[in-house]
Ligand binder design. Structure first.
Ligand SMILES: *Cc1c(COP(=O)(O)O)cnc(C)c1O
Length: 423
């Protein structure tokens, strides 16, 4: 079960071996013959040779996350940004097109709409609440993937994963879901039809604000060979690896992650450090215990805010009146996350005054930490966006994002109460 996998998944020590995942702090690995080394370079034999590509500590942790998500293979990256970039760029390159939910993390929006656009990949953004017809209309002959976030940061929209998976599969392309906020403890997108799952492990998985990191998990279910012409990178020989065809040599279970490692990690080098992977694993060991408390605190704070006369609106899918409550009941039956968005009456100025008065909740560009923190996205993470883009991303100028930590709910509520009283 998921709690046991959080604690023990991915690493099983043999007799007399370290109980905790060892930190293999080595850039390189030794071999007896050049022939053996050559086989590793040709991907003919498996083994470690250089930590830019793979490292045992990182692989133990990736294996744990693959297990938690119910995937066939996974890789760690140095950040969530690198994970989303690799997940998309592994199948969509210059001349290709991707359909994405519009309510995604600001950094991902920038990656897609600005940087990947410069690389020749076009994106069409659709509301996560779009009808099947609207979603259908976003596809083009060169569409290679569909992207969305289970619970969007910071808009807190809940993705109808089945609706997006159906549309993607009808067009012969995979659905990529960023599951950072829900974590596999609260939602496993692969069970609802997602093909590839990404994470900013910097958030709840780490959970203590210690190490930036990311992860890509492949379900192993998407049949690249059934759509050969769409995915030449997986279904035709890679001349930079002696003519290997990933989907044939590594099968559905291994092709996507092997290609991302062999090509993208080799060339871009967004490698996590073994030390960071070790910290991530410490977070994962208590993920199932912490998520329950984050959700409980989020729920209590959201309920308090929704009754407060100085608060204009609250967005939290655990509230029975929330727009996403029924989707949350389906996809997030055990709770969503600890992040609550709301608007303080009086707009931008009132939001800033409220935040200045908080004592326990710190102002940070972060979420999903053990310590409660809050942010005004319009003046921070989303400041590159114009007003129209802000609204499309579900971020109004008065929005305050509060990430409820693991403190006592009574203390958090008292802090919010006194800060509201001062405006
Ligand atoms: C933070 C975040 C990212 C980016 O991850 P980093 O680890 O900061 O690079 C991507 N997606 C979501 C949903 C996030 O919250």
């Amino acid at each position: 079960m998921i709690g046991t996998d959080c604690v023990q998944g991915g690493y099983t020590p043999g007799n007399g071996e370290p109980r905790q995942i060892p930190i293999i702090q080595s850039t390189t690995f030794k071999y007896d013959t050049s022939e053996h080394m050559g086989q590793l370079f040709d991907l003919e034999a498996s083994g470690y040779f250089y930590s830019r590509l793979q490292n045992p500590t990182c692989d133990f942790v990736a294996a744990k996350i693959a297990k938690l998500e119910g995937g066939s293979a996974a890789m760690l990256t140095s950040s969530g940004q690198a994970a989303n970039f690799f997940a998309v760029f592994n199948i969509a390159t210059a001349g290709d097109h991707v359909v994405s939910s519009s309510t995604i993390y600001g950094g991902t929006f920038n990656l897609f709409a600005v940087t990947m656009k410069k690389m020749g990949v076009e994106f069409t953004f659709v509301s996560p609440d779009c009808t099947e017809e609207e979603l259908e209309a976003a596809f083009r002959p060169n569409t290679k993937a569909v992207f969305g976030e289970t619970i969007a940061n910071p808009a807190l929209t809940v993705l109808d994963i089945e609706k997006f998976a159906r549309a993607a599969h009808a067009h012969g392309v995979p659905l990529i879901v960023d599951n950072t906020f829900a974590t596999p403890v609260n939602c496993r997108p692969i069970e609802w039809g997602a093909d590839i799952v990404t994470h900013s492990t910097t958030k709840y998985m780490d959970g203590h604000g210690v190490a930036v990191g990311g992860c890509i998990v492949d379900s192993g279910k998407f049949d690249w060979l059934a759509h050969r012409e769409k995915f030449p990178g997986l279904t035709t020989p890679d001349e930079s690896y002696h003519g290997i065809t990933y989907a044939e040599k590594f099968g559905l279970a291994g092709a996507f992650i092997t290609k991302a490692t062999a090509q993208l990690m080799r060339d871009f080098g967004s490698t996590p450090s073994p030390q960071s992977a070790f910290y991530l694993n410490l977070g994962l060991e208590s993920l199932h215990v912490r998520m329950a408390r984050h959700c409980e605190n989020g729920q209590r704070v959201a309920e308090f805010l929704s009754k407060h006369p100085k608060v204009g609106w609250v967005s939290y899918c655990g509230l029975s009146g929330d727009r996403y409550h029924s989707l949350a009941e389906k996809y997030l039956p055990n709770g969503s996350c600890g992040v609550v968005s709301f608007g303080v009456k009086g707009g931008r100025k009132a939001a800033e005054a409220f935040m200045k008065n908080l004592r326990l909740a710190a102002i940070e560009t972060h979420v999903a930490d053990a310590r409660t923190c809050c942010l005004h996205p319009a003046s921070a993470t989303h400041r590159q966006m114009n007003d129209e883009e802000l609204i499309a991303a579900g971020v109004s100028p008065d929005l305050v994002r509060m990430s409820c930590g693991l403190e006592d709910a009574e203390d958090l509520i008292a802090d919010i109460d006194q800060a509201l009283a001062k405006i």
